[in-house]
Design a protein around this ligand. Structure first.
Ligand code: ACO
Length: 325
């Protein structure tokens, strides 16, 4: 397949109009189709940030695999963390259909120039945090990615279909951990509430800044990459999660939370956007630790890359010898 590479830096307005007509008609854009350079760049930006998030997202939970309280919990967590690696791989492969090299993107993550989701820069302090991540973080990811499964770019949308199926399992295992702790001893219940207290607001920040402060949204919505805005998805997540917290007798840590009859929405107090931008700009509680862990993993994997390259070269030599014979 020929990866989609820009032919020129300037997009022909007639081609852009035809492209936008295809999007408006609900058609899916595939790798070999013509696309505006700006559309391609927006997809690479968003998909690479997403792939990095999946990979960095393995770290806070991986931290608890050896400390899971039972064999069943350990197996579920291990499977979940492996799934996240797979999600990263699908999405990196998706970016390659847009003419970028995955190694280049990984280099950007390792040298600190790429973004990944703010949520993974918070620490996992207790076992209940594993429950909170599954329930809230994967729950938020499902709300966001169910919409992305309808995105206009085919490879990304198709990756989301499979990813959402797996995320549903992740969410259920997290919710089950929280429900079990909440129905346990007073100390266990306190642990669950403490985890909800710490993960609630960062989970809401996952959806990105308010629509009025989101520079990319207009373009992404116009081109059908995003189907709903940051605030619409955040609201959907809040409405779903408030009911779930009630069901397991936990309290959402927001004294201003109230149900608005007119809109049928749960309305929240203000989000601390200073905290959000601090974390996005690299100054969250665990940013440095996360990048150091990724760099270490990359260095430790050097021998695998050398071995794979040597094997590929050996195979190529064997093939050319057999063709010559
Ligand atoms: N963490 C870090 N950076 C963020 C976050 C966040 N939670 N939300 C927004 N940003 C960044 C954007 O990347 C953008 O920066 P850039 O222009 O330098 O790339 C800037 O803040 C402004 O935000 P928006 O204009 O609103 O950005 P966008 O329209 O791309 O919306 C969103 C952000 C909602 C995260 C979107 O990119 C998206 O849906 N991405 C795919 C899903 C995803 O990446 N999920 C990751 C977590 S899920 C998981 O891994 C389990």
């Amino acid at each position: 397949m020929t990866p989609n590479k820009p032919e020129t830096n300037v997009d022909d307005p007639a081609r852009v109009a035809a492209f936008e007509a295809r999007i408006a008609a609900g058609e899916t854009i595939e790798p070999k189709d013509w696309m505006p350079e700006r559309y391609r760049r927006q997809l690479v930006r968003m998909m690479s940030q997403h792939a990095h998030s999946e990979v960095v997202g393995m770290l806070p939970e991986g931290n608890w695999i050896t400390r899971a309280p039972t064999l069943r919990r350990k197996m579920s967590l291990l499977a979940k963390v492996q799934d996240e690696a797979g999600h990263g791989l699908y999405i990196y492969c998706g970016t390659e259909t847009l003419g970028v090299d995955r190694h280049e993107l990984i280099q950007q993550l390792l040298n600190g120039t790429a973004k990944y989701s703010s949520i993974f820069n918070y620490p996992t302090l207790s076992w209940a945090d594993i429950g909170a991540i599954g329930w809230l973080v994967d729950g938020a990811a499902i709300v966001n990615q169910t919409m992305l499964a309808k995105a206009s770019y085919g490879p990304y949308a198709r990756a989301m279909v499979r990813i959402c199926k797996e995320e549903n399992f992740h969410k259920r295992q997290g919710f089950e951990i929280m429900a079990t702790l909440s129905a346990g001893t007073p100390a266990q219940k306190r642990m669950a509430q403490d985890a909800l207290d710490r993960w609630w607001w960062p989970s809401l920040m996952m959806f990105g800044p308010h629509d009025t402060d989101s520079p990319n949204s207009d373009e992404l919505l116009r081109w059908g990459v995003k189907r709903k805005s940051n605030d619409e998805l955040r609201q959907r997540f809040i409405n779903l999660t408030v009911a779930q917290a009630k069901a397991i007798d936990l309290t959402i840590p927001d004294p201003q939370l109230r149900f608005d009859e007119a809109s049928q929405n749960w309305l929240i107090g203000p989000i601390d956007w200073d905290e959000f931008w601090r974390v996005v700009r690299g100054n969250g509680p665990c940013n440095q630790e996360r990048l150091a862990a990724r760099r270490q993993a990359h260095d430790d994997g050097e021998w695998v890359r050398i071995a794979a390259a040597a094997y590929a070269a050996k195979q190529a030599r064997a093939e050319s010898t057999s063709e010559a014979a």
